[in-house]
Design a protein around this ligand. Structure first.
Ligand SMILES: Nc1nc2c(ncn2[C@@H]2O[C@H](COP(=O)(O)OP(=O)(O)OP(=O)(O)O)[C@@H](O)[C@H]2O)c(=O)[nH]1
Ligand SMILES: [Mg+2]
Length: 383
């Protein structure tokens, strides 16, 4: 897909390549801070806030007041790799932190074509009409290769994308899964500070991204479909163990009976797994995202989940351990980046790699040598 010319609108001319995100074409309308006909009456947007560089206080004030343009820009700032943007983003986040945490964070996964986007559209519209404010984020570590399927998502979420009570943000493209995960977590916090009380995180890539999403949400929802094929859904066995609710989608028309049979089979299969979340029994439901049937029951399950795990204290415990995991992850990322950027390590690496491949030295010995080179420099600079 062609993305040229669709970098974020406020990127400075000299900021080549420092942005993790590129803005993909979406539907016409008012989402992501783009002006449109849908109107964002309950969410003011300050004129002229589009291009001028903002300071931390302006970001904070804009996000707090629910200004969609500034919210979009704050997320773009978070996605930037430029060191001064990273520092500014941290200042903004620190100030917004007291306003975060009040939402229910729900991760949604399922094989490609299981109807995740259609489901999010149906659930999102159900929620906004009940007065909730919904932010939709996506984890798509593959988007640097495929250029993302989020464009498809946006057209599939057309009604929701026009809803002034909803904010849809494509996944930052490029970078490692760890990097994308960090940015999505921070974006989630900014959305909470802007008053969104339900955050839906869709996994786009298959495989590792489910685990990444699990590590940032309160509730994890798995969509299945009948006839998905044992092989394909077999990949999901590990994911099934993580699911706080399993939803058999496309339970409509001729498929209704099969979906019901699958629901019963899946519920039986789940008996063999331990609870995904202590104190909660994973329900299996059917729905038709296309026709909006069963969506209210899925949300009721989410509300029940929240009530049950909050009462047990599991809700806060999970959030606390996610924060620690997040912190350790960032330390590891930083150390790894410093290690691979170290001039001594870089100089040594080709010959050491050759030596390992040819069996001249052991992998353990090679690792020792590289770490010793790294540590020597570190000791020199810190003394
Ligand atoms: N019959 C029926 N079709 C549905 C339903 N939900 C989604 N579909 C169709 O299934 C196809 C895939 O739906 P998507 O919402 O794009 O699925 P997805 O899981 O987001 O797909 P990827 O983003 O490609 O992983 C589309 O053609 C939808 O119209 C449903 O409840 N019933
Ligand atoms: Mg999709």
């Amino acid at each position: 897909m062609e993305t040229q010319g669709r970098t974020p609108e406020w990127v400075p001319h000299d900021a080549e390549g420092t942005y993790a995100s590129s803005v993909r074409e979406g539907v016409e309308g008012s989402h992501d801070g783009l002006p449109g006909e849908g109107g964002t009456k309950d969410l003011p947007a300050s004129p002229g806030a589009k291009r001028r560089a903002l300071n931390a206080q302006e970001y904070v004030d804009g996000v707090r007041s629910g200004d969609r343009v500034i919210l979009g820009r704050a997320i773009t700032l978070i996605e930037s790799h430029a060191p001064d943007h990273v520092a500014l983003a941290q200042q903004v986040l620190t100030q917004l932190l007291p306003l975060t945490g009040a939402s229910l964070r729900v991760g949604i996964t399922g094989i490609p074509g299981s109807g995740k986007s259609t489901f999010i559209e149906a659930l999102g519209c159900h929620l906004t009409s009940a007065g909730h404010r919904v932010a939709v984020l996506a984890i798509d570590p593959s988007s640097s290769v495929t250029r993302g399927s989020v464009l498809g998502d946006k057209t599939r979420m057309e009604r929701l994308a026009r809803d002034p009570r909803c904010f849809i943000r494509p996944s930052p493209s490029g970078g490692t899964l760890g990097g994308v995960t960090r940015k999505t977590r921070e974006s989630m916090l900014v959305c909470e500070a802007a008053g969104f009380d339900v955050i839906l995180v869709e996994t786009i890539g298959v495989g590792q991204s489910e685990i990444a999403v699990r590590s940032m949400v309160d509730m994890f929802l798995l969509l299945l479909i009948t006839g998905g094929g044992d092989d394909l859904q077999g990949i999901k066995k590990g994911v099934m163990e993580l699911a706080d609710a399993v939803v058999i989608n496309k339970a409509d028309g001729d498929n209704r009976v099969r979906a019901e049979a699958m629901r019963a089979d899946t519920a039986l299969a789940l008996h063999y797994f331990g609870p995904a979340t202590e104190g909660w029994t994973t329900p299996v439901l059917t729905c038709s995202a296309r026709h909006g049937e069963g969506i209210a029951a899925v949300w009721q399950a989410a509300e029940d989940f929240r009530a049950a795990v909050t009462q047990r204290g599991t809700f806060q415990q999970r959030r606390n351990s996610q924060l620690l995991e997040w912190m350790h992850g960032m330390v590891e990322d930083r150390l790894r980046a410093q290690f691979t950027a170290d001039p001594d390590v870089r100089q040594l690496l080709p010959s050491i790699e050759t030596a390992v491949k040819t069996g001249t030295i052991t992998a353990a010995h090679a690792a020792e040598q590289l770490l010793a080179a790294f540590e020597r420099r570190h000791q020199r600079t810190s003394s």
